[in-house]
Design a protein around this ligand. Structure first.
Ligand code: PMV
Length: 327
């Protein structure tokens, strides 16, 4: 008798890093989802379990008791979800005990927005269970709060895309604007398996920018032009142009020093297999690359990235943001 909600993962199609300095970026929700199941408990405690992370524990009046996994890790990783649950309980003006089980098909810590997808799904599941009128705006705000606990000062892109789905144009000063994309975007996502730190990569770009302000400024300008052209290509269903723009965008990211050997290896494999466009996605320094290809080439690109050692899968854009699953 619980409620299950789900929310999608994301890839950054264009504009990562440059977005930190006010330039626009394009993010896409993909058909890999995180699921959260919420049910009422007899007592007043909150029990949280993450199947993927193999972590579980009870939150009870400020105390944490681990049930599964390393106690410190469990507390740190489950804390943002506890915060999301508490925000919904405040809205419901209720103090009930809950069991929350999360389960995700999104690779974790790979720049695909898995933590935000989980937080959105938890907020929506608890809201529906307690009959709270939750707008998507509410879900977004709660997931954003959870992300702040997890990541310090995130831009808000991940909770926005996992809540609203589709394709979003994001810019720091103007926020999110949906882009009307009718075309299918066949993607191969390749995970290098190399752990990366968004913080470290962002700091790297900052010091390069401090050293070469004029040069980086003109790269910023180019990145903006790429995004503006990409919006047109997305609206017009022009996959070929989109691919070319991705490859140019990757060259800029390479120039910023955020690609690495593991990414270049997978990127070259995808390129050789006939992808229309290839780039790293997210912070770089490991993590994931993405390739787009015509449908008849997609499997070939997938196999090439896998053969090169990537943990790769095919993904497609999804318009569906957070949703309650049928019971
Ligand atoms: O690693 P991800 O997917 O969370 O992406 C980070 C994107 C950056 O532009 C590098 C940083 C940011 O906060 O926008």
């Amino acid at each position: 008798m619980g409620v299950v909600a789900s929310a999608p993962a994301k890839v950054i199609l264009f504009g990562e890093h440059f977005v930190v300095y006010g330039e626009p970026a394009i993010v896409l929700a993909i058909d890999k989802r995180a699921y959260a199941k919420a049910e009422i408990r007899e007592d007043k405690r909150l029990f949280l379990r993450s199947q993927n992370l193999n972590l579980a524990g009870f939150f009870d009046n400020g105390n944490f008791k681990v049930e599964e996994g390393n106690p410190k890790e469990a507390r740190i990783k489950l804390e943002p979800l506890k915060c999301a649950v508490e925000k919904v309980l405040e809205m419901a003006k209720e103090k009930v005990g809950l069991n929350i089980e999360v389960n995700s098909t999104v690779p974790v810590a790979a720049g695909l927005g898995s933590s935000a997808a989980v937080a959105s799904a938890v907020a929506a599941a608890v809201g529906a269970l307690l009959n709270v009128k939750m707008s998507r705006e509410n879900v977004f705000r709660i997931a954003f709060e959870a992300e702040k606990i997890m990541h310090g000062t995130p831009s808000g892109v991940d909770p926005a895309i996992s809540t609203f789905g589709g394709t979003l144009l994001f810019q720091m000063d103007t926020g999110f604007k949906p882009i009307d994309v009718k075309m299918d975007i066949p993607l191969v996502i390749g995970n290098t398996g190399v752990e990366r730190s968004t913080r470290v990569q962002v700091a790297k770009v900052r010091s390069l920018r401090d050293k070469y302000p004029q040069i980086i400024e003109s790269m910023m300008h180019t990145a903006r032009e790429i995004v503006l052209r990409a919006v047109e290509a997305l609206k017009g269903g022009d996959l070929e142009t989109l691919g070319e723009l991705m490859t140019i965008n990757h060259a800029l990211l390479y120039g910023l020093g955020v690609s690495d050997e593991s990414l270049e290896w997978l990127i070259n494999a995808a390129r050789k297999a006939g992808a229309l466009g290839v780039k790293l996605t997210g912070a770089g320094g490991g993590g994931c690359m993405i390739a787009i290809a015509n449908t008849d080439r997609l499997e070939k690109v997938l196999e090439a990235v896998q053969r090169a050692g990537g943990n790769a899968f095919i993904a497609r854009k999804t318009d569906e943001g957070v949703r309650i699953e049928p019971s």
